[in-house]
Design a protein around this ligand. Structure first.
Ligand code: ATP
Ligand code: MG
Length: 365
């Protein structure tokens, strides 16, 4: 891998000190672009500005940039709105390959060489077409260092860099989005194993993180928009009206709303089942291997996390507590500042905030 790429695809390293750090993150995904800029205050970091811009349908799909001009335009608009010219940028979970491997040697260069030799075991692509990065994830039973890594097709990285070039935004670092979710939502030093669920508009992303490092992740190809569509169909209303009804009624049973609830549940149960299958597999595996800890809680984020009754509904199936996330966990204490954004709305910004937090040197300490 060329040095330029290696410098740009970083999973979780503290950034070099000599760079001017933009404290900005841009989360590019199927439905749109979220951009944030943090500011350093007397009591820590606060959210300075944020923007959420929709992409035209089909411009970005399944982790691929389809309509480069359209994506570049929306990126530029989002960057202008939040006042940034450089940012840390997400790479899509659906195109990533997570892996873990014990390595000997003490330096990152030695770990990389060890991983390079076995790269084709972890990433089903020709090694020459693969870009990857690794971080230390503790120690194996035999005392070796355990590294966690993430790989992408170089093409995905090149396409991302090129669309950002086109939009005039300097990419400070690229990062797999699951690392960004984890950095925003779990407090520094949190050793727990947690399931992060991001229910967006077009996708639902789940990841299992241990000690804030993702060990498993997957993207489900539908999200809250299918709930909106279910409401729209049930009531014969417009999309905007359906979104309002969805937010107000959620999936809470009340007398007389049985038909509505059945329509919602037919969709939401598909999301629940996908999550529950993955979680059950993990919980069974750890009970046998003991190399891993079981998931003790789920953290729900994304624009749909606030759908009334959703976390309770998931909790019933997942058999672990389900809490809605706090995307400001690692910013200044809320005793010191009041975010300009609603809590409900903030739930869609976990990845963007996690990306911006890369520039906070203490984030992964
Ligand atoms: N207050 C609310 N109550 C319920 N649903 C909401 C609320 N606000 C937004 N949503 C829903 O959240 C979704 C948008 O969430 P989010 O911004 O996380 O998606 P996205 O990141 O654009 O999508 P994706 O990650 O799939 O590309 C839409 O389905 C919208 O209907
Ligand atoms: Mg999203």
């Amino acid at each position: 891998m060329s040095l330029a790429l290696r410098e740009r695809i970083r999973t979780a390293f503290a950034p070099p000190r000599y760079l001017a750090l933009p404290l900005s993150g841009i989360d590019l995904s199927t439905s749109g672009v979220k951009a944030v800029r943090l500011a350093e205050g007397a009591h820590g970091l606060t959210l300075e500005s944020y923007a959420d811009m929709r992409l035209p349908s089909g411009a970005y799909a399944d982790g691929e940039i389809i309509d480069r001009a359209a994506v570049a335009k929306v990126l530029a608009e989002a960057a202008r709105t939040v006042g940034i010219s450089a940012a840390n940028v997400s790479l899509p979970e659906s195109k990533s390959y997570l892996f873990e491997m014990p390595v000997s040697g003490g330096s990152a260069a030695e770990w990389r060489t060890a991983v390079e030799q076995r790269l084709d075991e972890f990433v089903p692509l020709p090694p020459s077409e693969t870009a990857f990065d690794v971080i230390s994830a503790g120690h194996s039973e035999h005392g070796d260092t355990l590294v966690s890594g993430i790989g992408f097709a170089r093409r995905i990285i090149d396409d991302t860099l090129s669309v950002f070039d086109q939009s005039g935004i300097r990419v400070q670092a690229l990062e797999g989005e699951t690392f960004a979710f984890s950095r925003a939502l779990l407090a520094r030093g949190d050793e727990s194993t947690a399931l992060i669920i991001d229910v967006g508009r077009s996708t639902t992303k789940i990841s299992i993180v241990a000690r804030r490092i993702p060990c498993f992740a997957t993207t489900i190809g539908f999200g809250g928009h299918s709930l909106t569509l279910a409401v729209q169909k049930h009531f014969g209303v417009t999309e905007a009206e359906a979104r309002k009804i969805k937010a107000e009624r959620g999936i809470v049973p009340v007398p007389g709303n049985e038909d509505y609830l059945a329509a919602m549940l037919s969709t939401v149960s598909a999301i629940r089942d996908e999550i529950s299958t993955r979680l059950e597999y993990w919980q069974e595996k750890v009970s046998v291997s003991r190399a891993r800890a079981p998931v003790t809680r789920a953290i729900l984020v994304g624009g749909n996390a606030s759908v009334r009754g959703f976390s309770e509904y998931l909790e019933g199936a997942l058999r672990v507590p389900v809490v809605t996330g706090d995307v400001f966990t690692n910013l200044a204490s809320r005793d010191e500042w009041v975010p300009a954004i609603d809590y409900t709305e903030s739930l869609a910004y976990a990845a963007a905030i996690g990306l911006a937090l890369r520039d906070d040197a203490t984030s992964y300490a």
